[in-house]
Design a binder for this molecule. Structure first.
Ligand code: IPE
Ligand code: IPE
Ligand code: MG
Ligand code: MG
Ligand code: MG
Length: 324
């Protein structure tokens, strides 16, 4: 399974990177474009473009039919990563220094803005107003979700319901849009679009929960980004919410004194991760991620049965089994 997915990710990556090359210059503008290319060249899974392409193929479209939008989705994703690292004060991404570290915050803001507008430039080539609307709406939702994510850092009473709404916006919105746009470009009917939307949204929630799990128990060299940073930043992940709910007074104290504490030592962070693990909070998150992946698969029942649908099923498993 994993081999299959890796190969397809690589294939989609090649296709969209070619397209991105057409719209994103190299060099010039006082180094701005070097900053734009930095993360694109560093790696990344190209998960969202692959989803757009497969969602198009499942309904009889070809990869070329959705290529401009697939490139747009990856450009938008890259823009959000650059700005996310500024907001999260993370210094490493895709195994290289974050853009704001290699350059500086103003350049990173500009590089993000440039990728954002380039995304719509390339999407316009696709000539589908509804697809562009989906992209624009996803961008707005990402901003709303990221605002919630930041606000939650200062709160200790975030509920699971609030967490899910935040994740639906900051992560699932773009994954869902990738799927819906794939369908749109294949001329999908409304009920097929709603099946793709349901698949993408559930997949996106599972994707972020797994990202949060990996932030605690992942291997930094595979992830290409720092482990434990959500703890230092005070992120209210499902794991932390469940951990706080299950903790006794002493454990709660330990978690809260390290959570959001930039001066916390590696040992203190490790201790909190161990407590969360002992409380079963990490397993709880894994189970929830699994449930969302299953819900994503169920939505696929409403799409035609073919090899592309089988692959979308496999992708749902990949999302919760992945280690990077
Ligand atoms: C990371 O996304 C940001 C989240 C929404 C969790 P990915 O895990 O898709 O990152 P890359 O593109 O592979 O680097
Ligand atoms: C990112 O969530 C969501 C985005 C919209 C970029 P995270 O902050 O958890 O992503 P990573 O872990 O830094 O990639
Ligand atoms: Mg982050
Ligand atoms: Mg973040
Ligand atoms: Mg994360």
């Amino acid at each position: 399974m994993a081999e299959d997915v890796l190969e397809e990710l690589k294939w989609a990556g090649k296709l969209v990177d070619e397209k991105i090359k057409e719209v994103l210059p190299r060099g010039g503008a006082e180094g701005l474009y070097d900053a734009c290319w930095h993360l694109i060249e560093a790696g990344g899974k190209r998960f969202r473009p692959l989803l757009a392409i497969k969602s198009c193929q499942v309904l009889g479209g070809s990869p070329d039919d959705v290529l401009p939008e697939a490139a747009a989705v990856e450009l938008i994703h890259t823009f959000t990563l650059i700005h996310d690292d500024i907001m999260d004060e993370d210094e490493e991404r895709r195994g290289v220094p974050a853009v704001h570290v290699k350059w500086n915050v103003p350049v990173a803001i500009l590089a993000g803005d440039t990728l954002f507008s380039k995304a719509f430039e390339v999407a316009a080539e696709g000539g589908d107003v509804r697809a562009m609307e989906e992209l624009a709406r996803a961008c707005t939702e990402i901003c709303e979700g990221q605002a919630m994510d930041l606000e939650f850092e200062r709160r200790e009473d975030v509920t699971e319901e609030e967490f899910l709404e935040m994740v639906r916006k900051k992560t699932a919105a773009l994954i869902r849009a990738s799927c819906v746009i794939g369908g749109l470009k294949a001329g999908a009917e409304e009920d097929q679009l709603s099946a793709l939307a349901e698949y993408g949204e559930n997949l996106g929630i599972a994707f972020q929960i797994q990202d949060d799990v990996l932030d605690l128990v992942g291997d930094e060299s595979k992830l290409g980004k720092p482990v434990g940073s959500d703890i230092v930043e005070g992120k209210k992940t499902l794991i932390v919410i469940k951990g706080l709910e299950r903790a006794d007074e002493e454990q709660r104290e330990r978690i809260l004194s390290t959570l959001g504490n930039e001066d916390a030592s590696e040992e203190e962070v490790r201790e909190v991760i161990d407590i969360l693990d002992e409380l079963g909070a990490i397993d709880y998150a894994r189970e929830r991620a699994q449930e969302y992946a299953e819900a994503a698969k169920e939505a696929l029942d409403r799409l035609p049965e073919n090899e592309h649908r089988d692959f979308l099923m496999t992708l749902a498993d990949f999302v919760v089994e992945r280690e990077f």
